[in-house]
Write a protein that binds this ligand. Structure first.
Ligand SMILES: [Zn+2]
Length: 385
């Protein structure tokens, strides 16, 4: 059956943002332009999401190796987009390796990360990982006989001396700077979160609207900032409360399915993980299990809230490049994405987790699409039948 899906920032969240952000920080979107409605590209009644995790653009930018890795990541993204033709893309954090970026130009690499999706006119949303706003880490050998390599600053030629100084001297791009850049794109559905949740930024919800009943939602996609970089790796008690209150308001009775995305696995992932290096047996599904889960530093209540809410079907995280499994945890599924970028540790073949929503009867399917075109680890995470 035909159905159209609309994704839009939830109205309550939008009002909170509008009322709490000072006008100078308001992105164009929050200044009153809600994201456009999205329609299906075909009548197959599915809504397909490609999840790009841990791209790590900008690594060792002063060498030949770094930019080559970034070109390879471009190719992974393009080939997944060509093969899956998704309706939506989620960038699951660590778009850039900011600790390798010796100037506030992480934005340049952020732009590169989203460019293939933008060029194909596919809408997207981003959230932050632990590497997106880390401080620059000085390579020790820059202080030996090699010295500091000459580094291309991002400032324009016309910049004055003091502007160049500010731009070229070594400091990171902040989460706020990066998200400001992202939301300026028409296709971006990313959002600042409520200011009350600072320093975490990427906390927001998107609505996927029913085609058959356009006034009703068919699913909600939640994005949470799991920290790291400039502050601890954690989902705070305030964020957990925000999720609880927002989901109760937007989806009373928990009747509409919800999918939750963040970057760093919660401690619950460690509880259910198949032991590192062992085969991934049923009911878990996946293809690589080659490292220990590297979880958040603390658990402040988000997992209790999620598992007490029957509408939450799955949590999708990145961060561990050597894991790509889904395992059941109480009432929902905990899934890793798949390391997509050539940046970041690990040389396991690159790919992307795909999520496919079916409206009626409701189903949430997932699989992993590899750079070489193969697919594996197909699983149904939720279904009505
Ligand atoms: Zn990473």
């Amino acid at each position: 059956m035909n159905w159209v899906v609309r994704i839009g920032m939830d109205v309550v969240g939008f009002l909170i943002l509008f009322l709490t952000f000072p006008p100078t920080l308001l992105p164009a979107k929050a200044a009153g332009v809600l994201p456009k409605n999205l329609g299906f590209s075909s009548a197959n009644s599915t809504f397909r999401i490609a999840v790009f995790a841990d791209l790590h653009y900008g690594e060792n930018a002063w060498t030949d190796w770094g930019p080559r890795q970034d070109q390879n990541s471009d190719l992974v993204i393009s080939s997944v987009l060509n093969m899956e033709n998704p309706d939506f893309v989620v960038y699951l954090g660590d778009l850039v390796t900011a600790n390798n970026l010796p100037m506030p130009n992480a934005s340049k690499y952020w732009e590169q990360a989203i460019s293939s999706t933008r060029n194909k006119n596919i809408p997207w949303a981003t959230l932050f990982g632990n590497h997106d706003d880390t401080a620059f880490e000085w390579p020790e050998d820059w202080f030996g006989s090699l010295g500091v390599p000459s580094i291309q600053c991002s400032s324009s030629q016309s910049a004055t001396g003091s502007e160049q100084m500010a731009d070229c001297y070594f400091r990171r791009s902040t989460r706020a700077e990066l998200i400001q850049l992202d939301v300026q794109h028409n296709l971006s559905h990313s959002s600042y979160g409520p200011r009350s949740l600072w320093p975490s930024i990427s906390n927001y919800v998107l609505e996927v609207t029913s085609y058959k009943h356009p006034e009703l939602p068919a699913a909600f996609l939640y994005f949470l900032d799991s920290g790291g970089g400039s502050y601890p790796e954690v989902i705070s008690a305030s964020q957990a409360r925000w999720f609880q209150q927002t989901s109760a308001q937007t989806n009373p009775g928990a009747r509409i399915p919800e999918i939750v995305f963040w970057h760093i696995p919660s401690q619950a992932y460690s509880e259910i993980a198949p032991s590192s290096g062992s085969p991934i047996n049923q009911p878990c599904v996946g293809s690589i299990n080659l490292e220990e889960v590297a979880p958040q530093e603390a658990e402040w209540g988000i997992m209790d809230i999620l598992t007490n809410r029957t509408s939450v079907k799955a949590v999708i995280v990145g961060h561990n490049h050597g894991l790509d499994w889904c395992c059941p945890y109480k009432s929902l599924w905990l899934c890793f994405a798949r390391h997509t970028g050539y940046g970041g540790y690990g040389s396991w073949p690159r790919g992307a987790r795909i999520l496919e929503l079916v409206e009626e009867p409701f189903a949430l399917n997932s699989w992993i699409r590899m750079e070489d075109g193969t697919t594996h680890s197909k699983i149904t995470l939720a279904s009505e039948v």
